[in-house]
Design a binder for this molecule. Sequence first.
Ligand SMILES: [Zn+2]
Length: 86
Amino acid sequence: MAKSRFYLMILMIGLLLLFGGCQLFRRQGPPKNRIPQSFTYMGDASTHQFHRQGCRMLKDCKVRIYYRDIAAPLKAGYTPCPVCKP
Ligand SMILES: [Zn+2]
């Protein structure tokens, strides 16, 4: 009886570790929308426009791309936003 209880406990600990490991792995997974430390412009991948930080047009933006300088979004074919005029 004691022996089967011992095995049950080992099994439970194993399951807990497995579950905990999965949670940890999920938490450490790659973030979908990584925000760089420094950026000046934000591109909207759906409208192919780029904006200054804090532009009101970015409220509806779902896929954001961050740029440090103005040359990068222009090179990628993005057009400047008519609202914030980057
Ligand atoms: Zn804008």
